[in-house]
Design a protein around this ligand. Structure first.
Ligand code: G4P
Length: 524
């Protein structure tokens, strides 16, 4: 069977920083045979976030790119695991990445439960009905009560819960996990050690646990499992795929518990590539013709060549190397000579790709986030969001003779989705908008390193930006004339209003009921 006809699983891991996303990613790649040694993916925690998100050090650019998508095989399936940046200042990138997956794994730290970032990311998944498997991590440490955690998920996220793998003990008492659907006890030869042993309990059922762990731990675990089976739902594939129910696996990524159950569940139950919403019609993955959209652009991976790679999710058709595809926004054809696919540690040129795959298209700055590609049809994939920036600054250029370079830099980095660029209707200085302040540091840094310009930022009396839409042109014109100082245009030429405060935003919104003040705009 050639690789393009194999089935796909395209998914992402969402979590609050430090819940264990990196550790779990490594273990999944290990289980898929994609890497041979845990720790090979990237450094953990703050150090890694500094690397992949700040993008300060040129050499690290390679790391952050290869880790954007990781492809590996598991049980004859091709798995595409899409990485999402950890730091919330880069959450826009994450939101857009979630438009390119068919399902997600939500990692929760057992000591913390649902944290702010988990919740935000979950909401994005819900908008698109993305099915979610929950992995509750760090059971080898003291954490919160299992029932309390499940109730929190059920209540705050309004999801039905189907426990699949239950912890046996916790913290120092942690003895492993019990796979409820297989009746298998996942444990270790060494008390508190890493997972290396599966005990089949099919014949004995839960009673078998009593012989394997101390009576105390076993009796509590048995009682809890019985209670959990009563209190929560059974796994229901349809409800999971529709995004109403989340199967839950308790485990320890660090010690390897629940990882195999997780990847087996993905293989067995996570959806194949789903239909993709588009205008004027939804695209089915079985269609013959190639279509796809760009959800991420990474620029200047090789500083000397000013190259950039656009990450395109294939939505339909069989993509072949050397194919000519149409960039719908410009109507231009693009010949894709060297599509890149991303294996765990390497990238390589691929011959073909199927729906669900992500291919990297090298280009010279012509492809944007949100672009749709097709074999000629005028389609536009929808739902790829760009958020109203909350931090607005005027860009100041040290050496004004470098204005052309500045424009180039701002356009490039806006195309990448790092910043948003606005042109004032009065005055000449560009305004940049970002969601998190770290993005400003990256902008300054990259302007210096890649474009050899020194820039600075000047505060503005505005606190938020929003797009203006109105059916009646005249009404909009009148409003914009009255607010001329606060009107800018984005790079598509769409009008944007800069508000001094949330209060002013609400006030003007109420006063102008015919005008939409939008905080999210769809790309494409
Ligand atoms: P992130 O990508 O979600 O930010 O999390 P990451 O995997 O980097 O893990 C965050 C911290 O939690 C790491 O500790 C990691 O070792 C730890 N961790 C992850 N999974 C488990 C687990 O199952 N059990 C326990 N006990 N810890 C876990 P760190 O202190 O930041 O790094 P390190 O010094 O321990 O490597």
């Amino acid at each position: 069977m050639s690789s393009h006809s194999k089935r796909r699983r395209t998914f992402a891991i969402i979590s609050h920083p430090d819940a264990g996303k990196t550790t779990l990613t490594e273990k999944l790649l290990l289980a898929g045979g994609a890497i041979h040694m845990a720790g090979a993916v990237k450094t953990r925690g703050d150090q890694r976030r500094a690397r992949s998100d700040w993008m300060k050090i040129e050499q690290d650019r390679g790391i952050s790119v290869t880790s954007s998508v990781m492809t590996f095989e598991y049980q004859g399936l091709i798995c595409n695991l899409l990485d999402t940046p950890g730091h919330e200042d880069f959450s826009e990138d994450t939101y857009r990445t979630l438009t390119a997956v068919d399902s997600a794994i939500m990692v929760i730290d057992a000591a913390k439960g649902i944290e702010q970032q988990t919740r935000k990311l979950f909401e994005v998944c819900r908008l698109r009905d993305i099915p979610i498997i929950t992995y509750i991590n760090k059971l080898d440490r003291e954490g919160r009560d299992a029932f309390e955690l499940l109730d929190e998920i059920q209540e705050t996220l309004t999801l039905d819960i189907a426990p699949m793998v239950w912890p046996i003990g916790m913290g120092t008492d942690f003895r492993g996990c019990y796979d409820l659907s297989r009746d298998e006890f996942l444990t270790s030869d060494v008390s508190g050690g890493a997972f290396n042993k599966t005990v089949d309990c099919k014949d004995t059922g839960l009673a078998g646990l009593g012989e394997l762990v101390s009576e105390n731990i076993a009796s509590t675990a048995i009682e809890n499992i019985e209670l959990a089976r009563e209190a929560y739902s059974d796994f229901d594939a349809e409800a999971y795929q529709a995004g109403y129910l989340t199967p839950v696996i308790f485990g320890s990524a660090l010690k390897g518990y629940g990882v195999k159950s997780l990847i087996d569940l993905i293989a067995a139950e996570a959806p194949d590539p789903r239909p993709s919403p588009a205008e004027p019609r939804t695209v089915q993955p079985e269609e013959d013709k190639v279509t796809g959209f760009v959800f991420k652009v990474q620029a200047n991976m090789d500083k000397n060549h000013r190259d950039r790679v656009a990450f395109m999710r294939l939505c339909s058709g069989h993509f072949r190397r050397g194919m000519k595809i149409k960039q719908v926004r410009t109507g231009k054809d693009l010949m894709v000579h060297s599509p890149i696919m991303f294996l765990a540690q390497d990238r390589e040129i691929v011959a073909d790709a199927a729906p669900g795959d992500v291919i990297g298209i090298p280009n010279h700055g012509t492809v944007r986030v949100g672009d749709t590609f097709s074999e000629g049809e005028d389609l536009r994939f929808t739902g790829i969001p760009v958020f109203a920036p909350e931090i607005l600054r005027r860009v100041r250029l040290g050496d004004t003779t470098r204005i052309k370079q500045l424009r180039g830099a701002l356009e490039d980095l806006a195309e990448e989705g790092l910043i948003q660029v606005f042109k004032p209707s009065l005055g000449a200085n560009w305004v940049v908008g970002v969601v998190g302040v770290l993005q400003l540091d990256v902008l300054k840094d990259r302007a210096r390193n890649e474009y050899r310009i020194e820039i600075d930022f000047e505060g503005l009396p505005y606190e938020l930006a929003c797009w203006l839409r109105c059916e009646d042109h005249k009404v909009l014109e009148t409003f914009m004339t009255g607010q001329r100082n606060a009107i800018v245009t984005d790079r598509d030429g769409d009008p944007v209003f800069l508000a001094k405060s949330e209060w002013e935003y609400n006030y003007l919104k109420d006063k102008n009921p015919d005008i939409h003040f939008l905080k999210v705009k769809e790309l494409g």
